[in-house]
Write a protein of this length. Structure first.
Length: 94
């Protein structure tokens, strides 16, 4: 006997999906050797996933007569999303 019915599991999945309202394209890093000891790093799209992107911190400062802003963001994905600390994410909006 299951602790939750299929309808309850479906409802929980809907709530979880609503908590990830944006989308992001995940890019994986690849290294291509040039045959002479060096190489080039390239980024290839490896997938798209629903996510939530939110600010962690931010600041503004004046530099060279212009306002410059810095911001850090946290990106939340579903637990089964294939992503590493070497990945890049480009927001698709949402």
């Amino acid at each position: 006997m299951s602790l939750l019915s299929d309808a309850e599991i479906s409802q929980m999945r809907t709530v979880a999906a609503d908590a990830l309202p944006q989308s992001g394209t995940i890019y994986a890093q690849t290294w291509t050797s040039d045959g002479g000891g060096g190489g080039t790093t390239t980024w290839a799209a490896s997938g798209t996933a629903n996510c939530r992107i939110g600010p962690m911190s931010g600041s503004e400062r004046e530099a060279g007569g212009r306002i410059s802003s810095d911001a850090d963001f946290i990106i939340t994905f579903a637990g089964d999303t294939s992503i590493t600390t070497n990945s890049r994410v480009v927001s698709g909006g949402g």
